[in-house]
Design a protein around this ligand. Structure first.
Ligand code: SF4
Length: 495
């Protein structure tokens, strides 16, 4: 078929689509308030999709690929909820009729991964012209990325960011109507929209956003530029969500924020994160409370005391160090010194002796000397982390650190990185020995890859494998920790 004929046919098909959409929306008024406005578009898209299903005699499927952190995973649960509400069926394959990438940009390779995947999606779209491809999340908040998508990935249908995740159905409607790529990126958030559909990945545990954005501007980090300024959800909205989750059988919640210590500062009636924790503790049905991430610069004594006396807050704290060198920490704009960090850890361990500590460490930050690196090793040896996320410094366009001349040579960074991994695994192995032989409570999370074996987590977040079946998932049971395998235990259920 000639190109011109193909184009003509496509235009005719789109005119027909337009006619159907106009009929569906005829005489209706678009609500102005949220989330009513989104439910309005979800309903319109639902009616249109129902017609397409009937015509095609098949279900229409979607697949969401989530890159990056737990904040993104939580956003993807909302995106999933919206697409299910519209009537799409979820599948775990990019052959789906609607593929959505919720992107991350915290490191360069996250961007490269998405571009690589897009090439593959283009081939699939050539086989299924009705296929829709959407991109959202942190990477789309970068101007140079959106420019590249518009120029080099014109087969992408919808591009939106981090501040307007909840607009998916409205943007989908616009895509159906215009037949062209829809790009909607906001440089800052306008409002926190509550009560949207959401579909959790786990029946027994859930992340709960308590705030969005970050004001810390650590000099290597792109998050403040792509997630915007800090804004906290109202405590009553958070508690309402936790109560709803508990009613639905959730026993563990993870309170999420880039820096949870800043929670409440933007509220009309500010409350502290520690006060919010006490409110969550009151919710019946919730057995375990976790939170991520507290910044060491403003972790309060109040938080330590609330955690100490809590029956539900898990004995685990993630306390990003990033570097052990005070000079590097200053350059990173982390606003604490090596000594202050160590004093804080000592205070936490003194008040909560059974707490497990994990951290984030960057190796190869611009200007890092062997002496700076030795300071990092010194902190690792002194703190004895149960686990650590270790990263090689990644230059992020637009961050102050990216402009620095004194980038550390790759071979030096790699050599330091492997020394750090050794230190970390020595410390983790030593931590694991502490509880060997004890009987401790495990929340069972899933079947392990081995038949007849389930996997769960202790309050301190350590993995435990033991004999059991699917009926245990979501339950807390007591397990005797009989063997340690370096970063997890093998055990036997006691009751
Ligand atoms: S606290 Fe620092 S590292 Fe964490 S998200 Fe904010 S700017 Fe990034």
């Amino acid at each position: 078929m000639s190109k011109a004929k193909k184009k003509k046919e496509k235009q005719l098909k789109h005119l027909n689509t337009r006619k159907i959409l106009d009929e569906l929306a005829f005489g209706l008024t678009v609500p102005t308030a949220e989330p009513a406005k989104q439910y309005f578009y979800m309903n319109l898209c639902k009616q249109y999709l129902a017609r397409k299903k009937q015509e095609a005699g098949k279900e229409f499927t979607f697949c969401i690929r989530t890159f990056g952190c737990q904040m993104n995973a939580k956003d993807s649960e909302k995106l999933k909820g919206i697409l299910l509400e519209i009537g799409y069926t979820q599948i775990d394959s990019e052959d789906a009729d609607f593929v959505l990438y919720n992107t991350c940009t915290v490191r360069e390779n996250a961007n490269l991964k998405v571009y690589g995947h897009l090439g593959y999606l283009q081939n699939l779209k050539q086989k299924n012209p009705d296929k829709l491809i959407a991109l959202c999340g942190c990477m789309m908040q970068e101007e140079h990325v959106v420019k590249k998508i518009k120029e080099s990935y014109r087969f992408v249908d919808i591009v939106f960011g981090t501040h307007n995740i909840y607009l998916l159905s409205e943007l989908l409607w616009k895509r159906f109507y215009s037949g062209k790529m829809v790009v909607d990126i906001w440089d800052k958030a306008q409002q926190i929209v509550e009560d949207l559909p959401s579909c959790r990945d786990y029946s027994f545990k859930s992340g709960v956003n308590i705030m969005y954005g970050c004001n810390n501007f650590c000099s290597y980090c792109i998050v403040p530029y792509v997630r915007g300024r800090e804004r906290s959800r109202k405590p009553e909205d958070i508690i309402a969500e936790v109560k709803k989750l508990a009613d639905e059988g959730v026993v563990e919640v993870m309170l999420l924020g880039q820096n949870v210590n800043s929670y409440g500062k933007t509220l009309e009636q500010p409350i502290s994160f520690a006060e919010l924790l006490k409110m969550v503790e009151e919710v019946d049905g919730i057995k375990r409370i976790r939170f991520m991430t507290p910044h060491p610069k403003d972790l309060s004594e109040e938080l330590i005391q609330v955690m100490k006396y809590s029956k539900k807050i898990c004995r685990q704290m993630h306390l990003p160090l990033q570097s052990g060198s005070t000079a590097i920490l200053k350059d990173m704009n982390r606003r604490y010194t090596k000594e202050q960090y160590l004093a804080l850890v000592e205070r936490i361990k003194q008040e909560i002796p059974d707490v497990s500590l994990s951290t984030d460490i960057i190796v190869g930050y611009p200007g890092e000397t062997e002496e700076d690196f030795q300071d990092t090793i010194d902190v690792v040896r002194k703190v004895q982390y149960d686990s650590a996320f270790t990263f090689i410094y990644s230059k992020r366009t637009g961050t102050p650190a990216a402009a620095q001349e004194n980038q550390v040579p790759d071979d030096v960074v790699k050599e330091r990185f492997s020394r750090l991994l050794q230190e970390i695994s020595l410390a983790s192995a030593a931590c694991l020995k502490k509880h060997l032989g004890k009987t401790m409570e495990v929340l069972v999370e899933e079947m392990s890859s081995e038949d007849g074996i389930v996997t769960g987590r202790l309050s301190n977040n350590t993995l435990v494998h033991f004999a059991g079946d699917r009926t245990l998932i979501g339950k807390t049971v007591n397990v005797k920790l009989e063997e340690d395998k370096g970063f997890y235990y093998i055990g036997t259920q006691i009751n």
